[in-house]
Design a binder for this molecule. Sequence first.
Ligand code: PEP
Length: 257
Amino acid sequence: MSRKPIFAANWKMNKGPSEAEDFVKSILSKIQNQPFSCDVVIAPAYIALPKAAEALNNHHGIAIAAQNCSQFDSGAYTGEVSVVMLRELLVHYVILGHSERRAIYGETDEVINAKLKKAREANLRPIFCIGETLQEREAGKLESVLRTQITEGLKGLSEKDMTETVVAYEPVWAIGTGVTATSEQAQEAHAFVRSVIADIYGPETAAKVRIQYGGSVKPNNAAELMACPDIDGALIGGASLDPQSFLDIIHNGTVEK
Ligand code: PEP
């Protein structure tokens, strides 16, 4: 089963509207209308989404993601942004369950599940992040942590929702640390994630789901990680802030399997 790789840039709380615009213009001038053979997504901060969309000018090779969304439709939720608002901004993906949202903002599996459902109601494609801390890995809890995050996070989502969802396996100890999982560690975790999805949705659906790796992906380690059979692209933080570095990851990581 061949799955189209997907590379997504998570800018976190970096780049305002003008920097987002500069980034998009720089990427477009570097690729010179050459099509990508993978899916490419950028996730600017909410406030930079309109400028990024405008600069992309309907370029079909690059899609836009939000870094979060509300689990509610509208109303008294100060500081929140709804999925309908995101759709109006030409957003097609939304990152949910990122470890920073879990750790800093206390997002539980239940909240993440509500957000995933809300995103799917609006036909947004979730990039659903899961991953263990170093402490959990060292305590031998890798599989139980991942199984719980997957089972609870995806509760009530249909088979179609699952195939429209991209899973990002991001070991927390590798995010922003410069420490990358070895390709063996990453492949092992990805195969396990796919097996849990197969337990819930069956092997055919599981074989279609794209599972990204995230955690200190750089131009010089992308090829080795992406060559693993169950790794279908990357979610990239720090190294996606520079257009050339992001492009190098995409090029180096788009490997024949
Ligand atoms: C991330 O934030 O999802 C991430 C993977 O960050 P970094 O690439 O900087 O480790």
